[in-house]
Design a protein around this ligand. Sequence first.
Ligand SMILES: *Cc1c(COP(=O)(O)O)cnc(C)c1O
Length: 368
Amino acid sequence: MPRPIEALIHPDALAHNLARARAQAPDARVWAVVKADAYGHGIQRVFDSLRSADGFALLDLAEAARLRALDWRGPILLLEGVFEPRDLELCSRLNLWHAVHHEQQIDWLSRHKTHQPHRVFLKMNSGMNRLGFAPTAFRSAWARLNALPQVDEISLMTHFSDADGPRGIAHQVAAFELATRDLPGERSLSNSAAVLRHMGPAAAGAGLASDWVRAGILTYGSAPDFPEHHSAHWGLQPAMTLRSRLIGLQALQPGDTVGYGSRYVASAPLRIGIVACGYADGYPRHAGSGTPVLVDGVRCATVGRVSMDMLAVDLTPVPAAQLGTEVTLWGNGPHGSRLPIDDVAQAAGTIGYELMCAVAPRVPVTVS
Ligand SMILES: *Cc1c(COP(=O)(O)O)cnc(C)c1O
């Protein structure tokens, strides 16, 4: 028998979550963002469930090639554009649309030999200060691109820094609109948080127009604005379950300690279970005592440090637990139970994005 840990990918949840993005932005086309191997879920594993998307957005050219190998003929967008001139050859060959966010990428395009002009997404830095042309430089970048025979259609995009928080998006939308007002082309502005918080019924009247929205984390069922809103609030379902089993049991007496560094000290007699899951599986080592875990679907708490291959759980809420009892680290558990990945991430001082991307290659994955 293999070690009992496994990850399950849930096709129905992926399709459901994508439909939620569509319902929020009914007039927009939806990019399913599948960078980082579909946020750790595996591009091949999510592809069938997401093929109703209008396109796939990612960063890595090899991942784009994998999508074409799956026979996806629709749009693919490289969110960071090309990294060196010869990447443009692959864009021509595989018909990849690509972001253009700095002058050098325009230089490379101007020297690129292609029979098929490219569709590009010109990116504005509207305040995040990561990628893109400043609003004052945007127009001249657009004019340069527009003059190139290598370029076909130019779309306009920007990215929000605070769509999930109190600062919001208004200042960036204003900067974008001011600098693009009389430029033609389709627009792409919203990430998951903007789709959920600034579009749809809740934002009625806010009028965030977008021809293409970029649905990332919501597709995978984590709330971008947790803990203000939980995934259930947004009607999202977990696309991944990480589960394992109890492989050890210990009866502690007061004063007994658990794990490396003796970070947990029992203050009363306590029954604990040892779970076959550790940081070498991608479980966060910084999840301290008290991190939620489901044992046979019942919410319990970890005790002590996470080690490479194991972690310990206080079994007080489930006296019937025994060797082999199912443990849900996140996602769907038995008897209709559920542990949102965001709850675990919060206990570990991180976000759902990081946990789902970090599931280790040694964890077997099945689609079910
Ligand atoms: C990753 C990414 C997204 C998706 O973000 P989510 O918060 O996961 O929805 C959208 N746009 C760009 C440019 C990105 O890099």
